[in-house]
Design a protein around this ligand. Structure first.
Ligand SMILES: *[C@@H]1O[C@H](CO)[C@@H](O)[C@H](O)[C@H]1NC(C)=O
Ligand SMILES: *[C@@H]1O[C@H](CO)[C@@H](O)[C@H](O)[C@H]1NC(C)=O
Ligand SMILES: *[C@@H]1O[C@H](CO)[C@@H](O)[C@H](O)[C@H]1NC(C)=O
Ligand SMILES: *[C@@H]1O[C@H](CO)[C@@H](O)[C@H](O)[C@H]1NC(C)=O
Ligand SMILES: *[C@@H]1O[C@H](CO)[C@@H](O)[C@H](O)[C@H]1NC(C)=O
Length: 273
């Protein structure tokens, strides 16, 4: 009974009730294999570590680039279930100055309920208006709706800190094929699959220079098999072509190493081969 209670408290987003600058994923290490995050080579100059909270539970983790207003990556556990449609989008209170709020909510709710202004919200992160007028690009999920197994877990993917401007043809084409077909083949026999999906910042911006247009979108998976065995793989795509390249995890890390300027990138800290 006490154990159950403790588990509930730990899962709840209110565990750290006081306002503090968060500099790690200490509240949600469970979304990373062995509690190990990618190394800091991916960290932007102005990062935010977001344990994504919806309906009083942590659903996944996102490293956010506050200057470029896109995520660096989202990390989650794969639990596929068919898509559900969803119309509203959330924004992240933890990015809006100092406050105690943890739950993702719509812009409207933050403005009505918490008395934030749209100026305060849009100064801290990308908002709906940034994505409403794009051509050839759409809202690309990093943690996918179709990779989550419950209604709340799916809903929690509809937050703009989990989104980057993604080439529409890629998003609807080869990337969708990887997400839905390749992933289900690759994960056969896996007991748990940890996924990290990210975006490499590009040289151009959309929405009047506010939001970066990533040059590449990538994803890595670490699958746990029986008897402590693991299997890993990766993919990467240029964000202006409908083409996805499948590659071993080590080669994906090498590609990211060169895209991020030469310091070695590790995604699962060698915990997964
Ligand atoms: C940010 O919000 C203000 C309204 O408070 C608006 O005037 C401005 O155009 C918004 N900027 C963007 C890029 O949405
Ligand atoms: C969207 O684009 C149209 C035409 O390109 C333009 O008239 C309109 O002002 C834009 N809206 C926003 C919110 O940027
Ligand atoms: C998307 O694909 C269509 C049809 O193949 C093509 O006409 C269009 O130029 C492509 N769009 C982009 C942004 O590449
Ligand atoms: C929802 O996500 C949480 C956090 O990853 C996980 O513990 C839970 O098992 C998920 N529920 C379902 C039904 O997938
Ligand atoms: C699996 O790994 C854990 C810790 O890494 C170890 O305690 C356990 O003995 C291992 N089990 C097998 C079957 O190798």
């Amino acid at each position: 009974m006490l154990g159950l209670l403790l588990l509930q408290v730990l899962a709840s987003c209110l565990w750290l009730g006081h306002s503090e600058v968060v500099t790690s994923f200490a509240s949600c290490p469970n979304f990373f294999y062995d509690g190990t995050t990618p190394n800091d080579v991916l960290n932007p100059e102005n990062p935010a570590w977001i344990c994504q909270c919806y309906n009083d539970a942590y659903r996944y983790a996102t490293l956010y680039n506050k200057d470029k207003k896109i995520s660096v990556y989202s990390a989650y556990i794969y639990n596929p279930w068919p898509d559900k449609t969803h119309q509203t989008w959330f924004v992240e209170p933890q990015l809006i100055g100092k406050n105690n709020l943890k739950e993702m909510e719509t812009e409207w709710y933050h403005i009505e309920k918490h008395k934030f202004t749209l100026d305060q919200i849009n100064a801290s992160q990308a908002v709906n208006a940034d994505y409403n007028n794009l051509t050839g690009l759409e809202r690309g999920h990093l943690n996918l709706n179709c990779h989550q197994g419950s209604r709340d877990n799916k809903t929690a993917t509809f937050t703009l800190t989990n989104i980057v401007p993604q080439d529409t043809n890629l998003s609807k084409g080869q990337w969708n094929n990887y997400e839905c077909k390749t992933m289900s083949i690759n994960t056969q026999g896996c007991t748990t699959t940890y996924v990290i999906t990210g975006a490499v910042p590009g040289n151009s911006f959309v929405s009047g220079g506010r939001v970066n247009r990533p040059s590449h979108i990538w994803s890595a998976a670490c699958c746990l098999l029986d008897k402590n065995k693991t299997r890993a793989w990766g993919v990467i795509a240029e964000n202006d072509k409908n083409k996805v390249q499948n590659l071993p995890l080590g080669q994906l890390e090498a590609r990211l190493t060169s895209l991020y300027g030469g310091r070695a990138v590790t995604l699962f800290n060698s915990a997964c081969p």
